[in-house]
Ligand binder design. Structure first.
Ligand SMILES: Cc1cc2nc3c(=O)[nH]c(=O)nc-3n(C[C@H](O)[C@H](O)[C@H](O)COP(=O)(O)O)c2cc1C
Length: 295
């Protein structure tokens, strides 16, 4: 009996450790499953953990609340025949080489000329980006095109303020070192100088005219594909840009541009002709053998 009572504190300690262990395991499982299943039980299997980004996890806007559209009663789409252009093999080869040569000239250019660019060209480039495929044809993108001088300057102020913190405090030595090679820093003159800034927002869900919310499957992948097409379209007309993903600026830029809560900033592209003295880092691209596996 004496032995038992002297062991009691040990038993209590072991019991406490087991309880804490079980509790932590169950709450982390709950957090993981919450990412896939919403508060109202909407199962979201397309939100793969690898594909989920911080803006979705940390969003204060509770996307799952509200009235969601139930598409089960919707009519089937009419299907039409499709006959795209078809080229002979030799022509295909020629076109593939030509397009590769064009795209291989694409570079991220951080020195942009203030020379005006016809707005119709930008309209067509955005139209082209809007031809991208999207999860269940939800077209979950908004392209905000800014040419107003004051607005561009406000965007620059927001981005530079956050970027200075990123470089000096947030991101750490490795990040700063990796970017040093590219000679980038937090000063972004091109945000004032470029005739256009295109801010690309992903719509994490849609809002219909009747106020119901609509699921936007794979919205980030869809918008990223659209951005790729946009970059190709810019290259096609001889304009340049630098792909930027302004860290921690999303909410401020969203509110400056008066975009709704379902839109999250994905990319900011300053667009224009390259400056006459523009320089780019002498980067080399991987060979085909390093990026392709044929089986
Ligand atoms: C997702 C993404 C984010 C990027 N963010 C920045 C950025 O914030 N600032 C910047 O100067 N370049 C940025 N870049 C441009 C890359 O540095 C550039 O693409 C890379 O160095 C290769 O150079 P190239 O585009 O000339 O081929 C980004 C590129 C991508 C794809």
């Amino acid at each position: 009996m004496a032995l038992f009572s002297s062991l009691t504190p040990v038993f209590v300690a072991i019991l406490c450790v087991i309880i804490v262990f079980l509790f932590r395991n169950s709450s982390s499982r709950k957090i993981r499953s919450k990412e896939k299943t919403s508060a109202v039980g909407r199962v979201r299997p397309w939100v793969d953990e690898d594909l989920q980004d911080d803006t979705e996890i940390n969003s204060k806007d509770n996307e799952d609340e509200g009235d969601w559209l139930d598409t089960r009663g919707e009519e089937e789409l009419h299907h039409v025949s499709y006959s795209p252009l078809r080229y002979a093999a030799a022509e295909m080869l020629k076109r593939s080489e030509k397009f590769y040569s064009l795209m291989n000239l694409r570079r991220s250019v951080r020195f942009i000329s203030p020379e005006p660019v016809p707005k119709e060209v930008i309209d067509n480039v955005i139209r082209t980006a809007g031809t991208a495929p999207s999860g269940a044809h939800t077209e979950p993108w908004t392209f905000v095109v800014v040419s107003d001088v004051d607005l561009k300057h406000k965007i620059r102020e927001i981005v530079e303020e956050e970027e200075e913190i990123n470089y000096k405090q947030r991101m750490g030595d490795n990040w700063v070192h990796d970017l040093k090679r590219l000679r980038t820093n937090w000063v972004k003159e091109y945000l004032d100088i470029a005739p256009y800034l295109i801010l690309i927002f992903k719509q994490t869900y849609g809002v219909l005219p009747n106020g119901k919310k609509k699921t936007h499957y794979y919205n980030e992948i869809s918008v990223s594909i659209s951005c790729g097409i946009l970059l190709a379209a810019l290259q096609n007309v001889g304009l340049v840009t630098v792909t930027t993903t302004p860290l921690n600026c999303g909410p401020q830029l969203r509110s400056l541009l008066q975009r709704p809560a379902n839109e999250k900033l994905l990319m900011l592209l300053p667009v224009g002709y390259p400056a006459s003295d523009a320089k780019v880092p002498d980067l080399k691209r991987k060979d085909l053998n390093d990026i392709m596996v044929s089986m």
